[in-house]
Structures are given as C-alpha cells and as structure tokens.
Design a protein around this ligand. Structure first.
Ligand code: URA
Length: 448
C-alpha cells in the first residue's frame, strides 16, 4: 500500500470482504479514523460484519489490537507497587465473579487493576451490576485509580473515553448489529483495554455453552489460544480457563440481585431466606483467584493459591477489601451491611412447577434476553437500566423438582407482565422424568 494514498473506507471494507489480508498500516489508518468519528457507523459496521464472516489472520488480529490500543492513552501503573493481575470474562448470565474476585485477590496480596464492561448482547456487565450500589463511580481519573490500587489493592472501573476509544465505538456497534461472536473482534476488544490499562497479567474466563458467545469448546479453545498469542506479543502474561455457561452462574440474575449474592459470598454467611446455594460461583471464583495468584507469583502453584483464596474468604478479609473498594469509589458502604436492600422490589412472584422430575436443560440466553426485556439490560446504546429487576433460581441443571416446588422467584416492578415472564421462564427450564447430571463447571483449568 502507498502510505501517501490511504485506502478509502469502501476499498478497505472490500478487501476484508474478499479475504485479502489487510496490512498493519491499512488497519491503523481505518481504526484511527473510526475512533475520531471520521468514518460513519454504517461503514464501521460493514467492516465488522465482513470480519465476522471472513475472519482475520493472526497478524491482522494482532495489528487490529495494537491499533485499538493506540487509538487512546495507556495507563502507566509503574507507581503501583507489586504484581498487577486482572481478570476478564467473555460474558455470561449471572456471572458476577469479578465483583468477588477483585477484592479477594487483593486480600491475598495482588494488585488488581480491573477495567470491566457493561452488558454486551444477552450477557450482563460488571459495571452495570456495581452501579446498583448507590453512589458507586465507575469512572475514575488515572490518579484516583493509582491511589486506590496502592491504598486498597483493587479498583473496578469502566473504560474511560480515553482508553481504547476504538473499542468503545466497535463494542457499542457490535452490541446492536449481531457481530459479537467473532474471535478476532473479541480478542482485540478485550486485549486493547487490558493492554492500555497497564496490567502485567491477565486471567481469562472463557465461557462455553448455550449462554456464551462461544457455543462449542473447540471455538473457545481457539479463542484462548489467540488471546494468549496476541497478549504475549504485547508482554502481558495470560492464563485462560474454560468454564461452562449452559446455565446461570450462582442463583441470582439481575444487577442488584447479583450484588446481593456477592455480599453473601464475600460475607461467608447464609443470608438469603430461601437457602439457595452459590457453590458453583464460589468454586469458579476460587479457581480464578488461584490462577491470578500463580500468574502474579504470589504463590508457587494453583493448589497453594486455592488454599490462600479460601482462607481470605473465610477470615473476612475479602469482605473488608470489598467494602473499602466500594467506599473509595464513592459507593454507599453502609448499604452493603443491609443486603436485603438489594432484593427489595415492587413485586415479587414465585413461579412454581406443575410437574415433577429433574431439570435437564436451561436456556441462559433466553433468561438474559428476558432480563433485558424487563429493563435489567439494554436494547439501545446508552439506555438506562432498572437495577432492581431479576430472578433467583431455586433449581438448576440436575435438580430434582416436585410438583408445587418454586422454580424461580421473580423480582419485578409495576410494568412487569408476570404472566408472560412465567410462561417464558417455564419454557427455559426443561423438566424431564429421567435424571441428567449437571455439567462440569470447569472444562479446562489452564489452557496452554
Ligand atoms: N468482552 C469484551 O470486552 N469484548 C468482547 O468482545 C467480548 C467480551
């Protein structure tokens, strides 16, 4: 390509459409122009859709990631003392791990500079969940971020307009144009933020299953390997776990309700009046914490990491870190001591089974879309969220069900059409007469 004569946007899109490899310069020029608002959304979307269908070579993916990092500023975390390791998930339903894991890993001695996202497609976002806490500020200045990391050890922030603005633009367009499930686009989206945020290490939780963007293990393995290779090129130490997403993680789905479940796990006390369990959520959090501690060289191996993580959950230090972090980010820490506030809702309805048998199938994608329909997520860029709506699942895959048992508690509001919600939820939980075991939670504990 002649650097004096950049490709026009239509020529750039055409090359991608026709599977002709784009050069580093061509990608860089397109990304810079797109992030400055010089390319209209319809041309950016045409490029995203062409990439969705034709994919990218490894070099194109690495160059796209680099250009997206260069579209904004990079944080210099050299003033933060100690190993800095972040975690990111590719997105799921009821996935509230980051909210527990950030403070837990900090309580174990790591620095956790966590830059998290909002909802994407049918999946929820950590920032939307944290914003259910009154006063919580997800946007911090660079100086505040560094200060909180030094004082407390963890901060969970959203991407500011200065960090990877190209990803902000692409992410918002992908969310509403069916261009999410694409390995080069997911890789560049995640890693551009993480490289710009200045972390030394990253643990990826790659979700696999009907509620995930990667429906099959082979695709998820390919994503893990692409992420590892691109991260390595940028000097970020990346570990990856593959975990199941054929059902919601934990029992709560919905922003404020998920904060309630996080408080319960962090406090290490049974709070919910229904006796619901968070075994899977705890197990995955402890495993990912062990991986972070090993990547940051706080421990020698995963089993040492697990022991440390369990002890920091049990001795209350993760809970203390969580409250400190929330307070430092402007949140009402007192409200966390009264967790029932997070499950107060205008109207609470129990959905009961008319059948007996076992839960053999769930539809987490449908559950995620239903939450959006109730106002708990977005259908349009920038739309407000109703934090209080959501569900508590009393039954999960493998559970035995008797006629009359509660399947789901629905937390709605004045606008909720409970009949419709009941009909949909019943169609999302398949009850059969023969038992089927619950799927394995951790499908690959450490992808190499
Ligand atoms: N998380 C991200 O930040 N980007 C994606 O594309 C998917 C999950």
């Amino acid at each position: 390509m002649n650097p004096l004569q950049p490709l026009s946007a239509p020529e750039f899109i055409q090359k991608k459409r026709d599977e002709i490899e784009l050069s580093a310069d061509e990608i860089s020029q397109f990304v810079q122009a797109a992030s400055k608002g010089e390319i209209p959304d319809y041309q950016i979307t045409a490029f995203l859709m062409a990439t969705y269908f034709t994919g990218m070579t490894f070099d194109e993916t690495a160059n796209l990631t680099k250009s997206m990092v260069e579209s904004g500023e990079r944080y210099d975390l050299s003033k933060v003392k100690g190993a800095k390791v972040d975690k990111h998930s590719t997105g799921g339903i009821g996935d509230k791990v980051s909210i527990i894991l950030g403070p837990l890993a900090a309580a174990c001695g790591l620095k956790v500079p966590m830059m998290a996202g909002r909802g994407l497609g049918h999946t929820g976002g950590t920032i939307d969940k944290l914003e259910a806490i009154p006063g919580y500020r997800a946007v911090l200045s660079k100086e505040e971020f560094v200060q909180i990391l030094n004082d407390i050890g963890c901060a969970i922030i959203s991407q500011s307009e200065h960090i990877a603005p190209a990803d902000r633009k692409f992410y918002a367009l992908r969310d509403v144009t069916a261009t999410i499930e694409c390995i080069p686009l997911i890789t560049s989206s995640i890693l551009s933020k993480k490289i710009a945020e200045g972390t030394n290490g990253l643990v990826m939780d790659i979700k696999v299953g009907s509620g995930a963007f990667m429906k099959r293990k082979t695709e998820a393995m390919q994503l893990a390997k692409t992420l590892r290779a691109v991260a390595k090129k940028s000097g970020v130490e990346l570990r990856a776990t593959l975990s199941n997403m054929d059902q919601p993680l934990g029992y709560a789905v919905g922003n404020a309700l998920e904060i309630y479940e996080c408080i319960e796990v962090l406090k290490n006390e049974k709070l919910n009046p229904y006796g619901l369990s968070s075994v899977d959520l705890k197990e995955l959090t402890i495993h990912l914490c062990a991986q972070m501690l090993e990547a940051g060289k706080v421990v020698k191996n995963l089993s040492e990491g697990r022991k440390l993580a369990i002890s920091r959950l049990q001795d209350g230090s993760a809970w203390t870190k969580f409250k400190q972090m929330i307070q430092a980010q402007g949140g009402d820490a007192e409200s966390l001591e009264e967790p029932w506030r997070y499950m107060k809702s205008a109207k609470v309805v129990e959905i009961r089974s008319t059948k007996k048998g076992y839960v053999t199938e769930m539809n987490p994608e449908g559950i995620g879309r239903l939450l959006i329909q109730l106002g708990g997520g977005r259908n349009q860029v920038g739309a407000p969220i109703e934090h209080e709506v959501g569900f508590f699942f009393h039954k999960k895959l493998g559970s035995q069900v008797k006629a009359g048992d509660t399947l789901v508690t629905v937390f709605g509001n004045a606008k909720t059409n409970f009949e419709n919600v009941e009909r949909l939820l019943k169609s999302y939980l398949k009850i059969s007469t023969s038992k089927k075991a619950a799927p394995k939670l951790i499908l690959e504990a450490n992808v190499r």
